[in-house]
Design a protein around this ligand. Structure first.
Ligand code: ZN
Length: 221
C-alpha cells in the first residue's frame, strides 16, 4: 500500500519546480495588487504554459544562488528531518519529519508527525514546526524561511506554508495520493494565490520513502 503512495525517481536527485506564472497572469496580479480589480487583461494571448520542467540539482546549483550558500545544505537539513521522522513510529505515527530553517540557515524548529499521539488531525510535522517557529520569532510571517519535510505536504500543510509566507519548500518523497506540492495540486506555486514558494523536491527521496515503506510493512502484518 505504502509503496504505491510514494513516487520513485532518479536516486535522490533534487528537482526544482519552476514557478508556472505567465506574463499575462503577472499583469493580472499586478492589477489586483493595485486595487484595479479583477478585470481581464486584454491584449495578445500569452504563450501556452510549458509543461513541468524538472531541473537537476546540478543545473539548479548554477541557476540558484541559494544553492551556493554554505548556509543552505539541504541534504543535511533533510537528514535532521529524517531523524525526526524516525521517532514517530514509537507512538504509532506515520514517520514524517520536518525542520524549519531560518534565513541564516539555522534550524529554528523540528518535529515529527504526532497525529495519533495527540489525536489531532492538524498535528502534521509541517504544521507543528510552522507553529513552533512562529512562537519563537513572535511573528506569523516566516519570510525567508525554508520548510524541509520528508514527504510532500498535504493540502493543509501546503496551504499553511503559503499562509506563513515561507520562501522555500524542500521535500523528499512525493506523495502521489495526497501531495499538494506537485502530485495532485501545486498550491505553493498556484498563480491565483498571493504568495509563491520555491520548491525543491526529491531530496534524499529514497531514504524518506524507505522509512515510510518499512512503517506500513510492519503495521500491515
Ligand atoms: Zn500535512
Amino acid at each position: 500500500m505504502a509503496g504505491n503512495r510514494i513516487g520513485t525517481s532518479d536516486e535522490g536527485q533534487a528537482h526544482t519546480l519552476p514557478n508556472p506564472r505567465q506574463p499575462g497572469q503577472v499583469r493580472e496580479e499586478a492589477a489586483l495588487n493595485e486595487g484595479i480589480g479583477c478585470r481581464k487583461v486584454t491584449g495578445p494571448e500569452p504563450p501556452a504554459v510549458p509543461g513541468p520542467k524538472i531541473r537537476t540539482r546540478r543545473r539548479a546549483a548554477r541557476q540558484s544562488p541559494s544553492y551556493r550558500s554554505p548556509m543552505t545544505n539541504w541534504k543535511q537539513k533533510m537528514e535532521e528531518a529524517l531523524a525526526e521522522a524516525s521517532q514517530a513510529p514509537a507512538h504509532g505515527d506515520v514517520p514524517v519529519g520536518a525542520v524549519l530553517v531560518d534565513p541564516q540557515g539555522r534550524t529554528l524548529a523540528s518535529d515529527h508527525n504526532r497525529r495519533e499521539e495527540a489525536q489531532d488531525p492538524t498535528a502534521h510535522a509541517e504544521m507543528l514546526v510552522l507553529s513552533q517557529a512562529a512562537r519563537q520569532t513572535g511573528r506569523w510571517r516566516l519570510e525567508g524561511h525554508t520548510l524541509v519535510v520528508t514527504l510532500e505536504p498535504c493540502p493543509m500543510c501546503a496551504g499553511a506554508a503559503v499562509a506563513a509566507r515561507i520562501k522555500r519548500l524542500v521535500y523528499g518523497a512525493a506523495d502521489l495520493k495526497t501531495g499538494a506540492a506537485w502530485s495532485l495540486y501545486n498550491l505553493p506555486q498556484d498563480p491565483r494565490l498571493n504568495h509563491h514558494i520555491e520548491i525543491v523536491s526529491g531530496m534524499l527521496e529514497e531514504e524518506c520513502s524507505i522509512l515510510l515503506v518499512d512503517f506500513f510493512k510492519n503495521n500491515l502484518r
